[in-house]
Write a protein that binds this ligand. Sequence first.
Ligand SMILES: C[S@@+](CC[C@H](N)C(=O)[O-])C[C@H]1O[C@@H](n2cnc3c(N)ncnc32)[C@H](O)[C@@H]1O
Length: 216
Amino acid sequence: MEIKEINNRYSQLAESECCLSCGGAINYAEPQIGEVCVDLGSGRGTDVLRMAESVGKIGFVYGIDISDGMLEKARRNAEKFGVTNVSFVRSELEKLELPDKVADLVISNCTLNHATDKQAVWDEIYRILKNGGRFVISDIYATTAIADEYRNDPAAVAECWAGSVTRPEYMEHLEKAGFASVEILEESAPYAKGNAEVCSFTIAGKKASGKCSCSS
Ligand SMILES: C[S@@+](CC[C@H](N)C(=O)[O-])C[C@H]1O[C@@H](n2cnc3c(N)ncnc32)[C@H](O)[C@@H]1O
């Protein structure tokens, strides 16, 4: 039901010019030549194309999205600009159609708040990151818990606010997934969105390298 609502809403927005971001993840991400990058909720594909240029021909970028209209638009954009080191994959955030340990970098902008099972999304981010890989994510959190009447309203979730969780819940998901620490790169003051008060932030973290630093 919710995926259908998201598909409808975002397929309609695919051809519009309206800004769908809530932070500057791409500006902090610094993709390097040869890296494999993933954008969760890639929308029209703008950030994927920017990363494709940064990683060069020996790198690769996956855009993940669930909306048919967005995927079509993103694929057309890649074709228009002759970008070949990208793939736009139709997939839910909670069950990414990507192999384990494929990514050096995972980014996302204003998308994770839509997911019904946020712990599953963070577990998936951890799964697809290589050891030592990193994430840079812009998203929205609610200053107080969203009431169930809105949380279960697919249209309100698709408007990027009713699916948001509180900051402590957000941090708990990250930690449970296995990310030991998180850096806050930017964070807004509280503002009204729909029937909630929310903040936007951009956060970054790393999956442990897997190398033992013990001397004995
Ligand atoms: C607010 S837009 C952001 C798009 C893009 N990141 C940007 O900044 O312009 C959210 C995007 O996430 C996608 N999306 C929402 N929920 C999703 C889900 N559960 N699985 C996969 N994609 C989802 C939508 O289709 C939409 O393209």
